[in-house]
Design a protein around this ligand. Structure first.
Ligand code: PLP
Length: 484
């Protein structure tokens, strides 16, 4: 053991050493200097592979002094960009516990069963029926791959073909989604061998929801051409503006034609908890699959996605590992006496990963901590924030709403008299850049129907109303300064 210096005993000491740095980080005080200090931390971290180990103390010291203070502040109260945040305390504690004590989601042990409990709770929170089989995965990307994998299985089994076993037949097929669909859905089609180009983009109306008439026409046209439909994808909360496709209408079309309906609710599904927008999600519980990201609105640790799909046996045919002697050969029949006598709840046959971390425990922890009422309050507060941005923008002649809030996103922008469309786009891009560099407010940006917009998306549990109002005021102030 002379050279292999890996410590296996001083866990408490190591954690105690970095805890003050973690706590300081979580206070998000002062300016975010990680980018400006890059040359300093790069010099300390980007070194050649050590020929001989430097020991645990060097590791904890660098974590404490260099790594943590220069980490990613996407949990800071003023951060409202993209759709991620950093986990809340119970989720951090649970994920540390899982790293130590649940370092595999299999076998007869508490973490394996908490996958099951957390999935049941998530399903209940979203109002999903019990026959939707849930599984945790790395995020919305893999959730959409798993869902479309189940859809592919369904579509080709109808033709008497097992695509997971035998591959895709020589014929044409299609997946249908609006032009606002998330690009991971298109990539999922690529990965599954369906092909990116087989995702047929369907136009949206002015509200950026899929045009149901256009979808019907596309389906009819493809049917006449002998093209086989694999899935209709409804986006329940687009990342650009939070638009929710008319799920109930898409469900009716899918049922009429025997097509799989997948709902991509990675960002938005939790909004169904707010009675003001719950009607938009009508039909979601009857979909064939649903992707949802606990690492977004639920503030679970990043790397926590989930997918629910109808018919566990079909999901199993799509993703089975097929028995392997070193795994199944090791399981013994009857009541387990050792944790290793049985695989527990077998998520590895419904998923992309074989070995995988225990993710359910963090979802369980958050839901145990705040309950359904707490999550509903969070969602409601965030929807209120987006409405407040719209209200402030409407009341100010130098601001305008670019997309009315549906969920917790409100796209808006600064406007200045006498500027053409191109100049306004450039001006708002500069405003966003200065916001990030000079203020605590970090919304992201997007382009909505050709108009560049500032896009706060509120899912961060730490954001307050004062942060929301401060962000709008800062946009106005920087806009004034730049256009003076
Ligand atoms: C975030 C998101 C995704 C991708 O999820 P990741 O967790 O980032 O992989 C897919 N679809 C929608 C609607 C999303 O909001």
């Amino acid at each position: 053991m002379g050279e292999d210096r890996a410590d296996t005993t001083n866990l408490g000491k190591a954690i105690a050493e970095i805890t003050p740095a973690l706590e300081a980080f979580y206070r998000f005080e002062g300016d975010d200097l990680a980018a400006r200090r890059r040359s300093q931390w790069l010099a300390q971290l980007d070194r050649p592979l050590p020929a001989r180990g430097e020991g645990l103390d060097t590791v904890t010291r660098l974590l404490r002094d260099v790594v943590v203070p220069n980490g990613l502040r996407n949990g800071a109260p003023g951060f409202a960009g993209w759709v991620t945040t950093s986990p809340t305390t119970s989720a951090v504690a649970a994920s540390l516990a899982a790293t130590v004590a649940g370092s595999q989601r299999w076998w007869v042990q508490s973490f394996n069963h908490l996958e099951t409990v957390a999935l049941r709770w998530l399903g209940e929170l979203l109002g999903l029926p019990e026959d939707l089989q849930g599984t945790f995965c790395g995020g919305g990307s893999s959730a959409n791959i798993i869902a479309l994998g189940a859809a592919r299985q369904h579509a080709f089994e109808r033709l008497g073909i097992d695509p997971a076993r035998d591959g895709l037949p020589a014929r044409q097929w299609r997946v249908y989604a609006s032009t606002e669909v998330h690009h991971v859905v298109t990539r999922a089609a690529a990965i599954l061998g369906l092909g990116r180009r087989t995702v047929r983009p369907i136009v949206t109306g002015a509200d950026l929801r899929i045009d149901v008439g256009a979808l019907r026409r596309a389906l009819d046209e493809d049917e006449r051409a002998g093209i086989h439909p694999v899935a209709i994808v409804a986006t329940a909360g687009t990342v650009n503006t939070g638009a929710v496709d008319p799920i109930a209408d898409l469900l009716a079309i899918a049922r009429e034609r025997g097509i799989w309906l997948h709902v991509d609710g990675a960002y938005g599904a939790f909004a169904a908890l707010d009675p003001r927008v719950a009607p938009l999600f009508a039909g979601m519980s009857e979909a064939d699959s649903i992707a949802v990201d606990p690492h977004k609105w639920l503030a679970a640790p990043l790397g926590t996605g989930a997918v629910f799909a109808r018919d566990r046996a079909r999901l199993g045919r799509a993703f089975t590992l097929e028995p392997a002697e070193y795994l199944e050969g090791a399981a013994t029949a009857g009541e387990p006496r050792s944790p290793f006598d049985d695989f527990g709840d077998p998520y590895h046959d419904f998923n992309l990963d074989q070995s995988a971390p225990s993710r359910g425990v963090a979802v369980w922890a958050v839901l145990l901590e705040i309950g359904k009422a707490g999550m509903r309050e969070r969602v409601t507060r965030h929807l209120d924030f987006a409405r407040r941005v719209a209200e402030l923008a409407r009341a100010d002649d130098r601001l305008e709403v670019v997309s009315e809030p549906v969920l917790s996103i409100c796209c808006f922008r600064y406007r200045a008299p006498g500027r053409d469309a191109k100049e306004l786009n450039a001006l708002n891009a500069r405003i966003a850049q200065r916001l990030r560099a000079e203020t605590p407010y970090v919304p992201s940006t997007t382009v909505v129907q050709g108009r560049f917009a500032i896009r706060p998306c509120f899912i961060n549990p730490r954001t307050s109303l004062a942060d929301v109002e401060g962000m709008v005021a800062a946009v106005r102030r920087i806009g004034d300064a730049l256009s003076a």
